[in-house]
Design a protein around this ligand. Structure first.
Ligand SMILES: *Cc1c(COP(=O)(O)O)cnc(C)c1O
Length: 229
């Protein structure tokens, strides 16, 4: 029963909020459903979950077709520019924007469709070689450039912290994300107000919530381990 694992995650989030003096309503739990069948998504949908995260464009588009229309879909995986056209108008937010050229493509497609697409800037906060995302110092320039684009709105920063045995090891990275958001807002760039921090996965979402995450992306703890075969 996914209900039990889901409730466990919700309980952990609300306890972390309590410890940090935060309102649980300020934390959106995104159920990361990549590789999982729609039957499993429906099960957590029926428990009230309306935010789902996916990594692969084709899989995401297929699931959008099948699942109820009131779901907010979050694109969290690496996105190629030539696939942007499949997502614009269909997703609530693209978390994984890691280049100006990608933002430009989302902007152009959105303007053509007469909509504004919500985006986040992916930050490689620990400077890991294997990961996508801006370096800390690059995000300011990105925010400036995006601020003049009519078809995108930068609302947050996203990161995937390192995979560590002890989630406490990632606390400093989550703090750095929070302080980066404060520093960007302090620049008072027109049209940019960073209110979102998309950080924390199965391994470290509790620590992320304690440090200010507004969106946690949890897959395994809800749906179980993924099988990529
Ligand atoms: C797969 C994935 C998640 C969820 O990871 P779990 O460890 O299963 O919770 C979160 N964020 C991103 C970017 C992912 O690719």
């Amino acid at each position: 029963m996914l209900k039990d694992s889901l409730n466990e995650v919700k309980k952990n989030i609300s306890e972390a909020c309590k410890r940090a003096g935060r309102d649980p309503k300020d934390v959106t739990l995104i159920a990361v459903s990549k590789t999982k069948p729609v039957e499993m998504l429906s099960e957590v949908y029926n428990e009230g979950v309306r935010d789902f995260g996916e990594n692969y464009v084709q899989e995401l588009v297929d699931k959008i077709e099948i699942m109820p229309k009131d779901i907010r879909w979050h694109m969290i995986g690496h996105l190629q520019r030539n696939k942007v056209k499949y997502l614009v108008g269909k997703v609530a937010c693209i978390h994984s924007v890691d280049s100006i050229r990608l933002a430009e493509e989302i902007n152009e497609r959105s303007v053509k469709s007469g909509i504004v697409t919500e985006i986040m800037a992916e930050v490689n906060i620990a400077g890991e070689e294997s990961k996508f995302g801006f370096k800390r110092d690059e995000v300011f320039d990105f925010a400036e450039k995006v601020s003049v684009m009519k078809g995108v709105k930068l609302t947050g920063l996203m990161t995937s912290a390192p995979y560590v045995a002890d989630p406490e090891e990632n606390r400093l990275y989550f703090r750095e994300m929070k302080s980066l958001s404060v520093d960007i807002n302090a620049k008072n760039i027109d049209n940019v107000n960073i209110t979102g921090l998309s950080m924390g996965m199965t391994n470290d979402y509790v620590v992320a919530v304690e440090e200010g995450a507004t969106h946690v992306r949890v897959g395994t703890a809800i749906f179980g381990a993924r099988n990529y075969n």
